[in-house]
Structure formats: structure tokens, C-alpha cells
Design a protein. Sequence first.
Length: 88
Amino acid sequence: MTDPLIAELRERITAADRAILAAVNRRLELVEQLKEHKESVGLAFIDGERERRLIEELRAENQGPLSDEGAEQLFQEILALVKRELAR
């Protein structure tokens, strides 16, 4: 027999995972549009300063329980993942 609280929490975790997946896919779509536009006007795709500021802003907005370091690592990985996906 499954504990009802365990079942409920697992359902909520799965819903959160689906929301994360949808958000990452949406981000990828938007970055792809940005990349295409920047290329069409002759601008470099990667903006290291913008990425640095973004991570600083997200760390500052983080209210936990994820640590600031964890938030930074998460978004560094998201940025790297998006770049890898767009390079495919």
C-alpha cells in the first residue's frame, strides 16, 4: 500500500519537473529566436557580460531553499545546455 502523502508529494514533484521541462524548452525557443536575429544583424550570439549579469541578478533574487551557489550552478548549466542544443 502506498502512503497517500508520498503519492501526493510524488505527483506534485512530477508536476514541478514537467514545469521545469516546459520552461527550459520555452527558453530554448526564445534564445533560438534571439540567435537568429543577432546573426541577421551581424551581432555575436554569445554575450558573456549579459550572462554574468543574469546570474548575478538570479542569485540576488533567489529566496531559497536553493543556495545562491546552487542557483548559480543551475543557471550556468542551463546556459551551457542551451548553447549545446543550438549548436546541434
